[in-house]
Ligand binder design. Structure first.
Ligand SMILES: C[S@@+](CC[C@H](N)C(=O)[O-])C[C@H]1O[C@@H](n2cnc3c(N)ncnc32)[C@H](O)[C@@H]1O
Length: 268
Protein backbone atom coordinates (compact mmCIF):
# COMPACT_ATOMS: atom_id res chain seq x y z
CA UNK A 1 0.00 0.00 0.00
CA UNK A 2 1.20 3.49 -0.69
CA UNK A 3 0.61 6.33 1.76
CA UNK A 4 -2.89 7.79 2.10
CA UNK A 5 -1.49 10.88 3.86
CA UNK A 6 -0.92 14.32 2.36
CA UNK A 7 2.71 14.68 1.25
CA UNK A 8 4.97 12.16 -0.45
CA UNK A 9 2.88 9.35 -1.96
CA UNK A 10 5.38 6.47 -2.00
CA UNK A 11 6.79 4.25 0.75
CA UNK A 12 10.59 3.94 0.53
CA UNK A 13 10.46 0.65 2.47
CA UNK A 14 8.68 -1.15 -0.40
CA UNK A 15 10.79 -3.11 -2.91
CA UNK A 16 8.93 -1.54 -5.85
CA UNK A 17 9.62 1.95 -4.49
CA UNK A 18 13.32 1.14 -4.12
CA UNK A 19 13.25 0.10 -7.78
CA UNK A 20 11.43 3.36 -8.57
CA UNK A 21 14.13 5.39 -6.78
CA UNK A 22 16.87 3.57 -8.74
CA UNK A 23 14.97 4.30 -11.96
CA UNK A 24 14.71 8.02 -11.10
CA UNK A 25 18.46 8.01 -10.58
CA UNK A 26 19.05 6.32 -13.95
CA UNK A 27 16.90 8.97 -15.64
CA UNK A 28 18.07 12.11 -13.90
CA UNK A 29 21.53 11.70 -12.31
CA UNK A 30 23.57 12.66 -15.39
CA UNK A 31 21.73 15.99 -15.72
CA UNK A 32 21.90 16.66 -11.99
CA UNK A 33 25.64 15.98 -11.90
CA UNK A 34 26.16 18.42 -14.79
CA UNK A 35 24.28 21.11 -12.82
CA UNK A 36 26.27 20.42 -9.63
CA UNK A 37 29.57 20.46 -11.52
CA UNK A 38 28.58 23.80 -13.06
CA UNK A 39 28.21 25.22 -9.53
CA UNK A 40 31.80 24.20 -8.80
CA UNK A 41 31.36 21.60 -6.06
CA UNK A 42 34.73 20.12 -5.16
CA UNK A 43 37.07 18.85 -2.42
CA UNK A 44 36.50 20.21 1.10
CA UNK A 45 32.92 21.41 0.54
CA UNK A 46 30.08 20.79 2.99
CA UNK A 47 26.95 19.68 1.18
CA UNK A 48 23.35 18.96 2.14
CA UNK A 49 21.28 16.57 0.01
CA UNK A 50 17.62 16.97 1.05
CA UNK A 51 15.10 14.16 0.47
CA UNK A 52 18.00 12.03 -0.73
CA UNK A 53 15.82 8.97 -1.54
CA UNK A 54 18.07 6.22 -2.94
CA UNK A 55 21.20 8.27 -2.24
CA UNK A 56 23.11 8.15 -5.54
CA UNK A 57 23.65 11.92 -5.65
CA UNK A 58 24.65 11.97 -1.97
CA UNK A 59 27.26 9.27 -2.71
CA UNK A 60 28.49 11.17 -5.78
CA UNK A 61 28.85 14.31 -3.69
CA UNK A 62 30.65 12.39 -0.92
CA UNK A 63 33.25 11.20 -3.45
CA UNK A 64 33.50 14.65 -4.95
CA UNK A 65 34.17 16.51 -1.66
CA UNK A 66 36.63 13.90 -0.30
CA UNK A 67 38.87 13.74 1.61
CA UNK A 68 38.02 16.70 3.87
CA UNK A 69 34.47 17.67 2.87
CA UNK A 70 31.26 16.16 4.16
CA UNK A 71 27.78 15.39 2.94
CA UNK A 72 24.66 15.30 5.08
CA UNK A 73 21.90 13.28 3.36
CA UNK A 74 18.43 13.75 4.85
CA UNK A 75 15.06 12.14 4.27
CA UNK A 76 11.78 11.60 6.07
CA UNK A 77 12.40 7.90 5.45
CA UNK A 78 16.05 6.80 5.38
CA UNK A 79 15.34 3.10 4.70
CA UNK A 80 17.51 3.07 1.58
CA UNK A 81 20.07 5.63 2.75
CA UNK A 82 20.80 3.61 5.90
CA UNK A 83 22.31 0.91 3.69
CA UNK A 84 24.91 3.33 2.25
CA UNK A 85 28.41 3.63 3.63
CA UNK A 86 30.95 6.37 2.90
CA UNK A 87 33.43 8.02 5.30
CA UNK A 88 32.23 11.50 4.21
CA UNK A 89 28.49 10.77 4.38
CA UNK A 90 26.15 11.30 7.32
CA UNK A 91 22.51 10.17 7.02
CA UNK A 92 19.82 11.96 9.07
CA UNK A 93 16.09 11.40 9.46
CA UNK A 94 14.82 14.92 8.87
CA UNK A 95 11.66 16.70 7.76
CA UNK A 96 12.67 19.75 5.74
CA UNK A 97 9.47 21.53 6.79
CA UNK A 98 9.82 20.90 10.54
CA UNK A 99 13.29 19.96 11.76
CA UNK A 100 16.16 22.32 12.38
CA UNK A 101 19.59 22.32 10.77
CA UNK A 102 22.52 24.49 11.81
CA UNK A 103 22.38 27.92 10.18
CA UNK A 104 25.19 28.88 7.76
CA UNK A 105 26.72 25.40 7.65
CA UNK A 106 26.71 24.36 3.98
CA UNK A 107 28.49 25.35 0.75
CA UNK A 108 25.86 23.54 -1.33
CA UNK A 109 22.27 22.48 -0.78
CA UNK A 110 20.66 20.25 -3.40
CA UNK A 111 17.19 18.78 -3.60
CA UNK A 112 15.48 16.95 -6.44
CA UNK A 113 11.84 15.86 -6.67
CA UNK A 114 11.08 16.98 -3.12
CA UNK A 115 9.58 20.49 -3.25
CA UNK A 116 6.66 19.44 -5.48
CA UNK A 117 5.39 17.24 -2.62
CA UNK A 118 5.59 19.85 0.12
CA UNK A 119 2.73 21.92 1.53
CA UNK A 120 4.72 25.12 1.98
CA UNK A 121 7.43 25.03 -0.67
CA UNK A 122 8.52 28.64 -0.21
CA UNK A 123 8.95 28.14 3.55
CA UNK A 124 11.12 25.07 2.86
CA UNK A 125 13.28 27.09 0.46
CA UNK A 126 13.67 29.92 2.97
CA UNK A 127 14.83 27.42 5.62
CA UNK A 128 17.33 25.92 3.16
CA UNK A 129 18.71 29.32 2.21
CA UNK A 130 19.29 29.86 5.95
CA UNK A 131 21.58 26.83 6.22
CA UNK A 132 23.82 28.04 3.37
CA UNK A 133 27.08 29.81 4.08
CA UNK A 134 27.29 33.25 2.45
CA UNK A 135 28.18 32.56 -1.20
CA UNK A 136 26.88 28.96 -0.95
CA UNK A 137 24.76 27.51 -3.76
CA UNK A 138 21.27 26.09 -3.67
CA UNK A 139 20.29 23.84 -6.58
CA UNK A 140 16.67 22.68 -6.69
CA UNK A 141 15.16 20.41 -9.32
CA UNK A 142 11.55 19.46 -9.95
CA UNK A 143 9.34 18.22 -12.73
CA UNK A 144 6.81 20.00 -14.86
CA UNK A 145 4.44 17.56 -16.55
CA UNK A 146 3.37 20.12 -19.20
CA UNK A 147 5.39 18.20 -21.77
CA UNK A 148 4.24 14.68 -20.77
CA UNK A 149 2.39 13.82 -23.98
CA UNK A 150 2.38 10.64 -26.07
CA UNK A 151 4.33 10.19 -29.29
CA UNK A 152 1.66 10.35 -32.05
CA UNK A 153 3.37 7.44 -33.81
CA UNK A 154 1.86 5.13 -31.14
CA UNK A 155 -1.53 5.54 -32.82
CA UNK A 156 -4.71 7.27 -31.65
CA UNK A 157 -5.98 4.51 -29.36
CA UNK A 158 -2.75 4.06 -27.42
CA UNK A 159 -2.20 7.82 -27.24
CA UNK A 160 -5.67 8.29 -25.76
CA UNK A 161 -5.05 5.47 -23.26
CA UNK A 162 -1.84 7.13 -22.07
CA UNK A 163 -3.42 10.60 -21.92
CA UNK A 164 -6.26 9.28 -19.73
CA UNK A 165 -3.98 7.68 -17.18
CA UNK A 166 -1.68 10.72 -17.09
CA UNK A 167 -4.71 12.88 -16.31
CA UNK A 168 -5.81 10.46 -13.57
CA UNK A 169 -2.24 10.31 -12.18
CA UNK A 170 -2.14 14.11 -11.87
CA UNK A 171 -5.58 14.27 -10.26
CA UNK A 172 -4.81 11.59 -7.66
CA UNK A 173 -1.44 12.91 -6.57
CA UNK A 174 -2.72 16.49 -6.52
CA UNK A 175 -5.91 15.80 -4.58
CA UNK A 176 -4.64 13.12 -2.19
CA UNK A 177 -1.05 14.22 -1.71
CA UNK A 178 -0.93 17.94 -2.52
CA UNK A 179 1.58 17.37 -5.33
CA UNK A 180 1.73 20.04 -8.03
CA UNK A 181 2.40 18.43 -11.46
CA UNK A 182 3.15 21.92 -12.81
CA UNK A 183 5.58 22.91 -10.08
CA UNK A 184 8.56 22.98 -12.47
CA UNK A 185 7.31 26.23 -14.02
CA UNK A 186 7.16 27.89 -10.57
CA UNK A 187 10.51 26.68 -9.28
CA UNK A 188 12.79 29.40 -10.68
CA UNK A 189 10.48 32.11 -9.33
CA UNK A 190 10.43 30.49 -5.89
CA UNK A 191 14.23 30.20 -5.84
CA UNK A 192 14.56 33.89 -6.71
CA UNK A 193 11.91 34.85 -4.13
CA UNK A 194 13.93 33.02 -1.46
CA UNK A 195 16.52 35.81 -1.72
CA UNK A 196 19.23 34.11 -3.78
CA UNK A 197 21.58 35.94 -6.11
CA UNK A 198 23.09 34.86 -9.46
CA UNK A 199 20.01 32.73 -10.09
CA UNK A 200 19.31 30.79 -13.26
CA UNK A 201 17.37 27.80 -14.53
CA UNK A 202 17.49 25.12 -17.20
CA UNK A 203 14.93 22.47 -18.19
CA UNK A 204 15.77 19.00 -19.51
CA UNK A 205 13.48 16.61 -21.40
CA UNK A 206 13.84 13.53 -23.59
CA UNK A 207 11.79 10.74 -25.15
CA UNK A 208 10.71 8.00 -22.73
CA UNK A 209 10.22 4.53 -24.20
CA UNK A 210 8.84 1.19 -23.07
CA UNK A 211 11.45 -1.21 -21.70
CA UNK A 212 13.77 1.73 -20.91
CA UNK A 213 13.97 3.76 -17.66
CA UNK A 214 11.39 6.30 -18.97
CA UNK A 215 8.69 3.69 -19.61
CA UNK A 216 9.68 1.96 -16.39
CA UNK A 217 9.24 5.08 -14.25
CA UNK A 218 5.71 5.49 -15.57
CA UNK A 219 4.99 1.79 -14.94
CA UNK A 220 6.45 1.75 -11.43
CA UNK A 221 4.70 4.99 -10.43
CA UNK A 222 1.32 4.03 -11.90
CA UNK A 223 1.40 0.51 -10.44
CA UNK A 224 1.79 1.98 -6.96
CA UNK A 225 -0.93 4.58 -7.57
CA UNK A 226 -3.24 2.13 -9.38
CA UNK A 227 -5.71 1.51 -6.55
CA UNK A 228 -6.04 5.24 -5.84
CA UNK A 229 -6.64 5.89 -9.54
CA UNK A 230 -9.34 3.22 -9.70
CA UNK A 231 -10.92 4.45 -6.42
CA UNK A 232 -11.04 7.97 -7.85
CA UNK A 233 -13.45 6.71 -10.54
CA UNK A 234 -11.42 8.43 -13.26
CA UNK A 235 -10.47 5.08 -14.83
CA UNK A 236 -11.88 1.61 -14.31
CA UNK A 237 -9.56 -1.23 -13.31
CA UNK A 238 -9.33 -2.68 -16.84
CA UNK A 239 -8.37 0.68 -18.38
CA UNK A 240 -5.84 1.39 -15.62
CA UNK A 241 -4.21 -2.02 -16.06
CA UNK A 242 -4.10 -1.68 -19.86
CA UNK A 243 -2.43 1.74 -19.56
CA UNK A 244 0.15 0.41 -17.08
CA UNK A 245 0.88 -2.49 -19.44
CA UNK A 246 1.30 0.00 -22.30
CA UNK A 247 4.15 1.76 -20.45
CA UNK A 248 6.11 -1.53 -20.45
CA UNK A 249 5.42 -2.22 -24.13
CA UNK A 250 8.51 -1.78 -26.34
CA UNK A 251 6.29 0.30 -28.67
CA UNK A 252 5.50 2.83 -25.92
CA UNK A 253 6.93 6.29 -26.54
CA UNK A 254 6.19 9.64 -24.88
CA UNK A 255 7.80 12.98 -24.35
CA UNK A 256 9.09 13.15 -20.78
CA UNK A 257 8.12 15.75 -18.21
CA UNK A 258 10.63 18.61 -18.02
CA UNK A 259 13.15 18.32 -15.20
CA UNK A 260 13.66 21.97 -14.28
CA UNK A 261 16.83 22.89 -12.41
CA UNK A 262 16.94 26.27 -10.68
CA UNK A 263 19.88 27.67 -8.74
CA UNK A 264 21.13 30.69 -6.89
CA UNK A 265 23.66 31.62 -4.21
CA UNK A 266 23.28 33.21 -0.81
CA UNK A 267 24.50 36.80 -1.09
CA UNK A 268 27.92 37.46 0.49
C1 LIG B 1 10.76 11.36 -5.53
S1 LIG B 1 11.80 10.96 -4.17
C2 LIG B 1 13.31 11.70 -4.78
C3 LIG B 1 14.53 11.09 -4.20
C4 LIG B 1 15.83 11.73 -4.70
N1 LIG B 1 15.91 13.12 -4.30
C5 LIG B 1 15.97 11.62 -6.19
O1 LIG B 1 15.65 12.57 -6.90
O2 LIG B 1 16.41 10.55 -6.66
C6 LIG B 1 11.35 12.14 -2.91
C7 LIG B 1 12.06 11.91 -1.60
O3 LIG B 1 11.77 13.03 -0.75
C8 LIG B 1 11.50 12.57 0.56
N2 LIG B 1 10.67 13.57 1.25
C9 LIG B 1 9.37 13.84 1.02
N3 LIG B 1 8.94 14.81 1.86
C10 LIG B 1 10.01 15.17 2.64
C11 LIG B 1 10.20 16.09 3.71
N4 LIG B 1 9.20 16.83 4.16
N5 LIG B 1 11.44 16.18 4.27
C12 LIG B 1 12.45 15.38 3.83
N6 LIG B 1 12.32 14.48 2.83
C13 LIG B 1 11.12 14.35 2.24
C14 LIG B 1 10.81 11.22 0.32
O4 LIG B 1 10.85 10.39 1.47
C15 LIG B 1 11.59 10.66 -0.86
O5 LIG B 1 12.69 9.87 -0.46
Amino acid sequence: MISEQPGYAYDNALAEQRERLRTLEALFDAGTIAELEARGVGPGRHCLEVGAGGGSIAMWLADRVAPDGKVVATDLDTTVLDGLSHPNLEVRVHDVLEDDLAVGEFDLVHLRLVLGWLGDRRAALRRLVGVLKPGGWLVAEDLDFASAVPDPRMGAQRCARFERIVEAHHAVIAERHGYDPGYGRRLAGDVEAAGLADSGCLGRASMWRGGEPGGEIWRLSLEQLRDGIVDSGLLDAADADAAIELCADPGFSSLSPIMMAAWGRRPL
